[in-house]
Design a protein. Structure first.
Length: 398
C-alpha cells in the first residue's frame, strides 16, 4: 500500500537585513505590477470575447521586460513574477468554474505583500534558506522544526500590515497520518455567549479577543485618523501601530481556534456542525462585530482540513434545520423559540439548555445523514400530525 504524505506549510518569522528588505520590497512591487498588467491584458481580451491563458501572459512578460518603461522587472528574480501569472491563471480558472468572483487588481496599500519562490529560486541547506538575488541566507526564527528530511518545494515570503516578515515553506509532512478509528461523535453548536457548545454538555467560553483590546485599538485608530492623509511618515507609523493591535487580536484568535479544532479532531471520529452562511449573518449591524470576532468560518475551515488529514469526518447540517426548537428527548417541534429563551421545558417534561439541546439535535441529524443518507432539512408537519424528515430522492435502478 502506497503511503501518501500531506503537503503542509510551515510558517516562520524572520528578520531581514536592510539590503534583503529592500530587495524583497522591490520584488513585491514587481509581482504586483506584473499581476495587474496581466489582468488588464486578459480583461481587455475578455471584452473582445477572447481568452488569454498563462502561456500567452508569460510571453507578454518577456516583451514587457524589454521595454524601457518596465526594464526594472529584470532587477528581481523572474520566478516570483512567473508565479504571479500562475496565480492569476488559477483565479481565472476558479472564476470560469463559478467558484469565485472575477479577479481584482492588486492595490499598493491594501493588497497582501508576498512573493512565491520555487526550488529553482532558493537554496535550502543545513537549515538555512537563501533566496534568489541574495548573497546571505535570511535570519529565520525556527519556532518549530521542519519534519526530518523535509525539502521545501516552495517558499513564500510575505510582510503583513504590522511590518512583520514571514516565510512559509511547503513540505511533505510524513508525521500527519490518519488517527485510530473511534466510535465517538459530537455535535457542535457555535454561539456568541459561548464560542462552542458540545452535545456532551460541555460549553467552551468565548474569549472575545477583539473586546479585550478594544480600548487599545480605538486609541490607535484615533491617532491614525488625526494624521494628514497621504504617504507621510507619521501616518505610516500610525497605520502600522493600529495594524499591530489588529495582528495581536488575530494571532490570539487563530491560536485559540487551532487548539480547539485539534482537540475536537483528535477526540472524535465524527463531528457535526451547522452549515451557517456567515457572510449573510455579518449584515446584521448589531451582531456583525461579535460574529467577526468569533470567526465561525475560520473554525469550520480548520476543522475540515484537519479532519481530512487525520481520517475524521465533518458533517454540516442544513442551516434551516430547527436544532434549537426541536426537543432532543421526544422530537416535538416548538412553534417559537426567541433568542432570549436560554432554558425551556418541553411538554414531555424534559428541560433543555437551549445550546446543549441544539448540539444534541445536530449530532442526531448528522448521524442520520452519515448512516442512511437522510437529507437534513426543516421539519414540516405531515397530515397525520407527526413531524416528517425530508429524504433524498432514491436512486432508480436501471
Amino acid at each position: 500500500m502506497k503511503t501518501t504524505h500531506v503537503k503542509r506549510a510551515f510558517k516562520y518569522r524572520f528578520y531581514p537585513t536592510d539590503v534583503q528588505a529592500a530587495e524583497l520590497s522591490r520584488t513585491f512591487g514587481c509581482v504586483r505590477k506584473v499581476y495587474n498588467l496581466a489582468l488588464a491584458a486578459r480583461t481587455e481580451a475578455w471584452r473582445r470575447q477572447e481568452r488569454v491563458n498563462y502561456n500567452q501572459t508569460s510571453a507578454m512578460l518577456t516583451v514587457w521586460k524589454k521595454t524601457e518603461e518596465l526594464a526594472y522587472l529584470n532587477e528581481v528574480s523572474s520566478v516570483p513574477l512567473q508565479q504571479a501569472l500562475r496565480h492569476l491563471q488559477v483565479a481565472f480558472t476558479n472564476f470560469f468554474g463559478k467558484r469565485a468572483k472575477y479577479p481584482r487588481f492588486k492595490s499598493r496599500k491594501k493588497s497582501r505583500k508576498s512573493a512565491e519562490y520555487t526550488t529553482s529560486a532558493f537554496r535550502f541547506r543545513d537549515g538555512k534558506l537563501t533566496l534568489a538575488k541574495m548573497a546571505e541566507p535570511i535570519d529565520i526564527v525556527w519556532s518549530r522544526p521542519l519534519p526530518e528530511g523535509a525539502s521545501p518545494s516552495t517558499a513564500t515570503v510575505s510582510q503583513d500590515a504590522a511590518g512583520r516578515w514571514y516565510v512559509s515553506m511547503l513540505v511533505e509532512d510524513p508525521t500527519v497520518q490518519p488517527l485510530p478509528v473511534t466510535d465517538t461523535a459530537v455535535g457542535v453548536d457555535v454561539g456568541l455567549d459561548h464560542l462552542l457548545t458540545l452535545s456532551t454538555g460541555e460549553k467552551i467560553s468565548n474569549p472575545r479577543h477583539e473586546r479585550r483590546d478594544r480600548a487599545r485599538l480605538a486609541k490607535a485608530q484615533r491617532q491614525l485618523a488625526r494624521k494628514a492623509k497621504g504617504d507621510g511618515a507619521n501616518r505610516r507609523k500610525a497605520r502600522q501601530k493600529a495594524a499591530k493591535v489588529y495582528a495581536r487580536i488575530t494571532d490570539r484568535r487563530r491560536d485559540n481556534l487551532h487548539k480547539l479544532t485539534t482537540r475536537l479532531v483528535r477526540e472524535n471520529q465524527t463531528i457535526v456542525i451547522e452549515d451557517l452562511t456567515v457572510r449573510n449573518m455579518l449584515k446584521n449591524g448589531k451582531l456583525a462585530r461579535a460574529i467577526s470576532d468569533a470567526a465561525w468560518a475560520d473554525f469550520r475551515s480548520m476543522l475540515e482540513y484537519k479532519a481530512q488529514w487525520y481520517g475524521r469526518e465533518v458533517i454540516a447540517v442544513d442551516r434551516w434545520f430547527p436544532s434549537s426548537k426541536l426537543c432532543s428527548a421526544c422530537g416535538t417541534l416548538q412553534d417559537k423559540m426567541p433568542l432570549s429563551v436560554r432554558t425551556w421545558t418541553c411538554d414531555c417534561g424534559a428541560t433543555h439548555d437551549r445550546d446543549v439541546n441544539a448540539a444534541k439535535n445536530l449530532l442526531a441529524a448528522g448521524l442520520a445523514v452519515s448512516v442512511c443518507g437522510a437529507g437534513v432539512r426543516p421539519q414540516r408537519s405531515s397530515p397525520s400530525g407527526q413531524s416528517a424528515m425530508k429524504q433524498k430522492t432514491p436512486r432508480r435502478e436501471p
